[in-house]
Structures are given as C-alpha cells and as structure tokens.
Write a protein that binds this ligand. Structure first.
Ligand code: BG6
Length: 502
C-alpha cells in the first residue's frame, strides 16, 4: 500500500478568485495556465469563478481574448476546452487609489456571487507590483471586502506574492497594513518553490526514512550546497529587478526555504503550524553575518556581456531599463552557519545567479570522508566521500554517490551513483507549482505558505547584509563582474567547484 492523502474535491467550497494585476505577466504566464490545467482535470470547485481586475479599461470578452492569446502563443498546442473554461472568467476595471472604484467592485462581486452561487467565498490574489499591495489591502478593507461571514461562511483569503517588503522595516509595515483588514488565517504569502514536488519531498525523504536522520548532522556532513542557477538574464523585468537584485529576489525567500527544509528539526506532526514553527526555529539559529568578516562569507556578482546557448548576449547594464552604472547584483554566493547543536560549524553554501551556463536547482549534502583509509597503500588518491544530491530542476531526482570495487583482479575503487527519478513510477504528471498553491488557498491550507514570523526572521538575517551591500564607499562588498554564460565571478570559483564537483 502506498500511503497518500488525496484532495477531496467534493469538499472544495465554491468560490470566486479575484486577481488584481490581471493584465500583467504573472496572470497570463502562471495563474491562468495553472487554473486552466486544474479546470481540465476537473480539480476546481463547483461553482468557481475568476474575476480579473486591473487599471486597463477592458471588457470581459477582450480580457478573455488577451488570455487566450497569451496561452496559445506560449504553449505547444491550442489550449483545450478554452471556450468552456473562459465562461468562468469576468473582468472588472479598478483604479487602485480610488475608494469609489472599490465600492463599485464590491457591488459587482456581490452580484457575481449571486449569479454564480459562489456563496461569498472569495480569494483576492495580489499579482500586482509589490508597491500596490498595501494600497489594495487597505482598499479591500475599507470597501468591506476583507470581512468574513459568520460561522465560517463567506470566507475571504488574500494571497500575497513575494517580495514581502524590501527589508525588515517595510515587511513589518506591510504586515501591519494587511492586519488592519485581514486576520493571519486569511493571509497566504506565496513562495512557489515550496509547491515544487521535489521541494516538498525533502521532508518526506528526511523524516519518512530512518536511515538518513542519524547521519544528518555535523558528525557526518561536511557541508551543504544549495544551488539555484538560471540561464536567463533579467529579461523584461528590469523595473522590478533593479529594485530587488538577487538577494531579495531569491535569497530572502526561495533559498531560505530550501535551507530551512534541509536544516530544520523534525516537527512532531506534518501540520502547517508545527512545520512552520520548526522552520522559524531554524531561521532563528542562523549566525548573523558581521561587517568585519562579511567579505569572507559573501560573493556578489553582476553579469557582463558574454554568451548563452552559443549566442552573444548583453551584459546586465546594457539590458533595457537597467541603469548604465547599476550596482544591482545578479549573482550571490553566501556561506552561512546554522548555529545549533546539529549544525555547528557545518557551512551551508547558497548560490544563485542569472545568466549562468544552465538552469539547475539542487541541494547537495556532502558527507565527510572516511575517518581512516585502510586502502591508503593501494590507492594513489584519497577516497571520494559520499554525496547525496536532491535534484529539483531539471532533473527531479535523488542521487547517492558511493564507492565500489572496480570489477577485475586489481583492487581499485570507483565512485558510482544510485539514483531515483522522481517521476519514474508515477502515472500522474506532477502538479504545476502554481496549481498546487492555488488549490491549497482554495482549501485554506497554510502548509506551503510563509508565516509572518518566518518573513521577519528571513529579513532580520538579510537586512544587515543588504545594508552593507547598498552602503556607499569602501564599506560595500565588492561587486564582481562575470561573463554571461559563466559560473559567476572568479572569487566564487573555489566554492562553486566544491558544490558542483567541477
Ligand atoms: C522568481 C524570481 O521568484 O523565481 C525569478 O522572481 C526567478 O527571478 C524565479 O527566475 C525562479 O523560479 P523557478 O521556479 O524557475 O526556479
């Protein structure tokens, strides 16, 4: 028997999903394709309705055409069942700064609730630029759109995309504004990395097997590498990225989540609050980086001109919308320590960058070498230590490298790899990360979402680093230029080789 828990589709409450920022990229690239996929597999509640909201003056028909076009041009085939799916989509223009516009929106949503029998259950998804989150949250509150009905009827949830602020102070401010209108159980802070099947699998691997945990500590692990390498550059997102840079874009959220899942203690139960408690404890144990030694623990880079997939590509500063003297980092390597009993002195190397040779996301657990080599007289080289790799992208796999005897009369060792491909015996295709988070919001399950204390702890660790990086003059850590298509700055190569076994 394979133990598993299934979604009880019959138990999904009818609801309306209101997407703010509906004419933007996230809606057409991620949200609508995910919803369309869920619709095709009959995984959405009945009834279910989608309302797009944005400043652009469109009618519902024009909005549907826009979405259809975006999906048609990005997917391999024309979207199946589109006409039927599109019947569930409406559009209401809103002016985010205008209270009257939200009063009108509230009336229209109540009418749609009646027309579609969605029982007043509503999800407000903020897919806008982050600067609009506080504005929209406050407007929703004032228009009465955050209030829930009595007895769990007419629930209201708000979904916030990262970044949750740009430092600790602004994260606290955002939270305060959200909490003026919404209660914590209504707030869902998304990190799409947590919805990746392979990321969820980290906890299963660690805590549903007895053989790894005894080794999962400073006694046996030499170091841990967490890599999220990207081949793409900044693309058309310079406006956002110039304000963000790699540390806010990847480290405050995705990288810290991967770290927490790798380093946290086992919760007593696989339940949202207990899992998030353990993650918070892990974040609280991070050893702060101090100015005096920061350069020993942090390498920052920005891609210059180079090549990608055999084509010449522009450097970051030549990308459209980027300042010619921009100091925004597009690469970072951070060596940090989880200062607790389990991990004392074990370095965690976190590496992420844009315009690296290829896209690859993985976690490397490097075990210590054997304490004593009885084969030392026969072998010229040292014995390569065991390595467990959790591949997240492109290979969704777990591999374990160990030593065996080379067949034949001579005694020599060779490293071999045992691997498990995540989908090798799964009949069902993996659920898209956005489809998974949307289903969880519909079910009100917080497991895969950030809790506010986690956000604050992540910022508490990162804000002093950002302050150093963004300070002027001699204090700022050096920003190294690396050629697009390379594995980052020269200064990071020693660590990169260690992690990637290059
Ligand atoms: C997003 C970042 O959160 O994650 C992007 O804003 C990055 O800059 C992306 O490219 C990476 O996600 P994935 O799922 O493609 O690894």
């Amino acid at each position: 028997m394979k133990p598993c828990s299934a979604i009880n589709l019959g138990a999904l409450s009818p609801c309306t999903l209101v997407i703010f920022g509906a004419s933007g990229d996230l809606t057409s690239r991620k949200l609508i394709p995910a919803l369309h996929g869920l619709f095709l597999s009959d995984s959405l509640p009945h009834p279910f309705h989608i309302v797009g909201c944005a400043r652009t003056a469109l009618d519902a028909e024009a909005f549907r055409t826009l979405l259809h076009e975006a999906i048609r041009t990005s997917g391999p085939a024309p979207p199946a069942g589109w006409e039927e799916f599109a019947r569930h989509i409406s559009y209401i223009p809103v002016q985010y700064g205008d209270a009257k516009s939200f009063t009108r929106l509230a009336e229209s949503l109540r009418q749609l609730d009646r027309d579609h029998q969605t029982q007043g259950n509503r999800i407000c998804y903020l897919a806008t630029p982050p600067s609009l989150y506080p504005v929209i949250a406050a407007q929703l509150g004032q228009a009465g759109l955050a209030a829930e009905g009595p007895g769990g009827k007419g629930w209201v949830r708000i979904v916030v995309e990262k970044p949750f602020g740009r430092d600790l102070t602004s994260a606290l401010e955002l939270d305060q504004i959200l909490h003026q209108s919404f209660r914590e159980h209504q707030i869902f802070r998304i990190d799409h990395y947590l919805a990746k099947e392979t990321v969820q699998n980290i906890l299963m691997l660690r805590f549903a097997n007895a053989i790894f945990e005894p080794l999962w500590n400073r006694g046996h692990i030499d170091y841990v590498g967490i890599v999220a390498a990207e081949q793409l550059g900044v693309e058309h997102r310079a406006g956002y990225y110039e304000q963000t840079g790699i540390l806010r874009d990847m480290f405050q959220n995705h990288m810290q989540q991967l770290l927490a899942l790798t380093a946290m203690e086992p919760p007593s139960l696989f339940e949202a609050e207990r899992v998030r408690d353990e993650k918070a404890k892990c974040a609280r144990s991070l050893k702060p980086l101090v100015r005096e030694t920061m350069a020993e623990h942090l390498v920052l880079g920005q891609y210059g001109p180079g090549s990608s997939q055999g084509r010449p590509v522009a450097g970051y500063r030549d990308e459209p919308g980027v300042a010619p003297d921009s100091r925004t980092p597009t690469f970072a390597m951070l060596r940090l320590f989880v200062d607790n009993w389990r991990w004392r002195d074990v370095p965690f190397y976190l590496v992420s960058g844009k315009r690296l040779p290829h896209k690859e996301t993985k976690i490397v657990i490097q075990f210590k070498p054997v304490p004593h080599s009885m084969f030392r007289d026969m072998l010229a080289e040292r014995i390569i230590a065991n390595r467990l790799t959790l591949g997240i992208y492109p290979e969704e796999e777990i591999t374990l490298t160990f030593q065996t005897k080379t067949p034949g009369s001579r005694v020599c060792l060779r490293p071999v790899t045992m691997d498990f491909k995540y989908n090798q015996d799964s009949a069902a295709p993996p659920l898209d990360a956005y489809a998974k988070v949307l289903l969880d919001v519909i079910q009100g399950d917080h497991m895969l979402f950030w809790r506010q204390d986690g956000v604050e702890l992540a910022w508490s660790f990162l804000t002093p680093i950002l302050e150093e990086c963004e300070s002027c003059g001699d204090r700022a850590p050096q920003l190294h230029t690396y050629p697009a298509g390379s594995w980052g700055p020269e200064a990071a190569q020693e660590w990169i080789r260690l992690i990637l076994n290059n």
